[in-house]
Ligand binder design. Structure first.
Ligand code: ATP
Ligand code: MG
Length: 239
């Protein structure tokens, strides 16, 4: 098991999300979420479709603003920052993995991985070396120059995972990363997450509606109707 530090990467309190505030369609989706994730943790957030998992992930990942609540990311208060500052922090601190991979078409796997480093102005040689190193780490060294449409779903997801790690993020947020994959390929991706967490100390939040996948993570947070309703250890970690 990986070493968990006391450092809080995510420290969110009373997160509320409302859509269409003030109009008659006003809808409160998150009703005051408290969530702390420490460095080195691998935690899953599990809940039914519509329970608010992606809404919460978008707020934690600085893709969306909470309506109210306090949020410290890596010790920095990000509750009231402007969009340009948020995107700068997001690019540096957060790695995203989505169900649909979100790779750039007609662009090689290696260039896809290099792209976030271009935004971060990493010099070309270093960019290439790091992209190749990460693609090797996820087992994609032989397909680096293939474009996404020449890759299987599992291979695309491995490229997306390599890309999520390029800027040494403090945390990896994965929203249903195996949702589009068959169970064997999903297994390969889950094994990769375990390896990244245990061997490389990467902090991971896995969002899933699968109890089965959640059970294999050390910590499970259950969300229902926009509230956290429970928390427990994954079955193989429970004493
Ligand atoms: N922009 C929006 N405006 C209004 N309601 C929204 C908006 N985005 C999401 N919702 C609503 O918020 C609720 C939670 O959605 P969310 O996408 O967070 O669920 P989820 O747990 O990720 O579900 P799934 O497992 O299907 O991905 C849903 O009822 C959804 O309809
Ligand atoms: Mg979702």
């Amino acid at each position: 098991m990986s070493f968990i530090d006391e450092t809080k990467i995510i420290d969110a309190h009373g997160i509320v999300k409302r859509y269409n505030e003030g109009s008659e369609n006003e809808l409160e989706i998150l009703h005051g979420i408290d969530l702390t994730v420490r460095k080195g943790e691998f935690v899953s957030i599990v809940g039914q479709s519509g329970s608010g998992k992606s809404t919460l992930m978008n707020i934690i990942g600085l893709l969306d603003h909470a309506t109210s609540g306090d949020y410290l990311l890596d010790g920095k208060d990000v509750s009231d920052l402007k969009d340009d500052e948020l995107s700068r922090i997001r690019n540096k601190k957060i790695g995203f993995v989505f169900q649909t991979y979100n790779l750039i078409p007609r662009t090689s796997a290696r260039s896809n991985v290099e792209l976030p480093m271009m935004y971060a102005r990493v010099p070309e040689k270093e960019r290439r070396e790091r992209a190749e190193m990460l693609l090797e780490m996820v087992g994609m060294q032989e397909r680096m120059l293939h474009t996404p449409d020449e890759l299987s779903g599992g291979q695309k997801q491995r490229v997306a995972i390599a890309r999520s790690l390029v800027n040494h993020p403090s945390i990896l947020l994965a929203d249903e990363p195996t949702g589009a994959l068959d169970s064997n390929t999903g297994r390969v991706i889950m094994n990769l997450f375990h390896e990244l967490n245990e061997r490389h100390g990467i902090t991971i939040v896995l969002i899933t509606h699968s109890n089965e996948l959640a059970e294999e993570t050390p910590r499970i947070v259950t969300i229902s109707d926009g509230m956290i309703i429970g928390e427990r250890k994954g079955s193989i970690y429970a004493a």
